[in-house]
Design a protein around this ligand. Structure first.
Ligand SMILES: Nc1nc2c(ncn2[C@@H]2O[C@H](COP(=O)(O)OP(=O)(O)OP(=O)(O)O)[C@@H](O)[C@H]2O)c(=O)[nH]1
Ligand SMILES: [Mg+2]
Length: 460
């Protein structure tokens, strides 16, 4: 945590209003003490982003509040950053929204994967800046000198090499995780992911729905309940993924909590968190959590941000969950629900804090999961039959089970992947039972061959 004093600055085009609440929350989440703010409504200035007079005002505010950082909630070009910095008291740093978010991510990254993702995002942020510097320096370079140009070019090559190494390592992690998702599906689990804007209450809901401790060993950290799925009233509390078993009824659900969304993120940042977001994109069902205690406008904006991120790659059905209903009276909730039907049709309303309506959410999860298939298998009695029967019990839901002398008949429901496996296991049983039977028959006929012939021969 930085404990530094920061001044917030934001520019909007004329006609718009500058809302600084989110950037202030982000700054506090990163550990800054926000000691002042300054907004301006005007078109962008090429050199300073703000008007030059406004930057002088900013410098005065920084001096007055003894701030050491200026956080600008706009996309600043490298030169604009430099020019603003030049007007400020010595040593005051200028950072933008993305640098701030990266700073938070850097503080929260506890696992190898999260650290790699943050590093990748930082390098992708730096690359175009290094490229610009290298080409500028090259232009000014004099022959025969080991000038800046060469230094910057090697920095550029270095960044590219690092990006490619990290991407390879992240790809390998993503492959492993994909394999594990497949194994979990084959083990009869449905994969449900919590998605939504940061601070919506995803981790709180995970704890409400979870039945058991962590099942996720992937993030290489101790399965310490205090640390996983933590909730706090700050942005980006959760960065890695946490998976827990959830009891919903018949189905075995694995519920995954992951990083929250935030508006106006450049695509390279979202891309860097690809393998974390895969647990959302590749789920069987996504619960999109929204903070219902906010205004309709805020909810709408955040829903749009989430949809933008989700619909790029998401393959699963989405259920919207309006959370924090303990903070909204019923009439207001109904009004909000009405206003948002286009974006959030048929939502579930819950409170992750009080547990209100969480049972309805469980039912809804059960109802929305891709249908299980019904299957009926006739299994011959062999030495391995009972272990298949108990496997089916573990991975699906057995409706009836009947025995006769040499068969078991099972009627059950399970996911397509499990039904598929049960069938092939049953086939193997039947084949080996068949072979045993043929073997037995051969033995029997070997014994009966002689008498048959003697029987048939002379008496015929
Ligand atoms: N009143 C109320 N507060 C809630 C509810 N659910 C969560 N909160 C609070 O909202 C804040 C954020 O909750 P989290 O569960 O950390 O939110 P998150 O979506 O996991 O946030 P990130 O990990 O930052 O993406 C915490 O202070 C929670 O205690 C709710 O139903 N009612
Ligand atoms: Mg969280």
């Amino acid at each position: 945590m930085s404990d530094e004093r920061a001044v917030i600055a934001k520019r909007v085009d004329s006609g718009a209003t500058a809302d600084t609440s989110e950037i202030t929350d982000l700054a506090r989440s990163a550990g800054y003490e926000v000691v002042g703010e300054l907004t301006q409504r005007r078109k962008e200035d090429a050199a300073f982003h703000f008007g030059e007079g406004k930057v002088e005002e900013l410098a005065a505010l920084v001096a007055e509040t003894d701030a050491s950082v200026v956080i600008v909630d706009n996309r600043l070009g490298p030169y604009q950053t430099y020019n603003i910095g030049g007007k400020l008291p010595e040593g005051v740093e200028v950072i933008d929204r993305f640098t701030l978010i990266l700073e938070i991510f850097g503080q929260r990254a506890q696992t190898r994967k999260a650290q790699l993702q943050v590093e990748l995002a930082e390098l992708r942020y730096e690359l175009p800046r290094a490229e610009a510097k290298a080409s500028l320096a090259k232009r000014d370079e004099r022959p025969g000198f080991m000038g800046l140009g060469e230094y910057d070019e090697s920095r550029e090559r270095d960044i590219k090499a690092q990006i490619s190494n990290i991407t390879d390592e992240l790809d390998a992690i993503a492959d492993k995780e994909e394999t594990r998702r497949e194994q979990r599906r084959e083990s009869g689990f449905d994969l449900v992911a919590l998605a939504g804007y940061t601070n919506a209450g995803k981790s709180t809901l995970l704890r409400q729905l979870a039945a058991e401790l962590d099942v996720d060993e992937n993030e290489n950290r101790h399965p310490d309940l205090q640390r996983t799925a933590e909730s706090e009233d700050r942005l980006f509390t959760t960065l890695g993924t946490t998976t827990r078993r959830a009891e919903t009824g018949k189905r075995n659900v694995l519920l995954t909590d992951t990083v929250g969304f935030v508006s106006d993120l450049p695509h390279w940042l979202v891309e860097s968190f690809q393998s974390t977001l895969d647990s959302v994109y590749r789920a069987d069902l996504v619960l999109l959590v929204v903070d219902a205690s906010e205004s309709v406008e805020q909810m709408r904006e955040k829903l749009v941000t989430c949809h933008d991120t989700l619909y790029q790659r998401n393959e699963a059905p989405i259920v919207t969950v309006l959370n924090k209903i303990d903070r909204v009276d019923p009439e207001e909730l109904a009004r909000k629900q009405d206003a948002l039907t286009a974006l959030a049709p048929n939502p579930v309303t819950v409170s992750g804090l009080t547990g209100e309506n969480v049972d309805a959410l469980r039912d809804r999860v059960e109802a929305e999961l891709p249908d299980w298939r019904e299957e009926r298998l006739l299994l011959p009695m062999t030495d391995d039959t009972m272990s298949l029967v108990s496997w089916i019990h573990d991975h699906g839901h057995v409706e009836t089970e009947t025995y006769d002398d040499d068969h078991v008949t099972l009627a059950f429901e399970a996911s397509p992947a499990v039904v598929e496996q049960a069938r092939s296991k049953a086939e193997r049983l039947t084949t080996s039972a068949g072979e045993e039977a043929t073997e037995a028959q051969r033995e029997r006929s070997a014994q009966t061959d002689e008498p048959a012939q003697t029987d048939g021969g002379p008496s015929a």
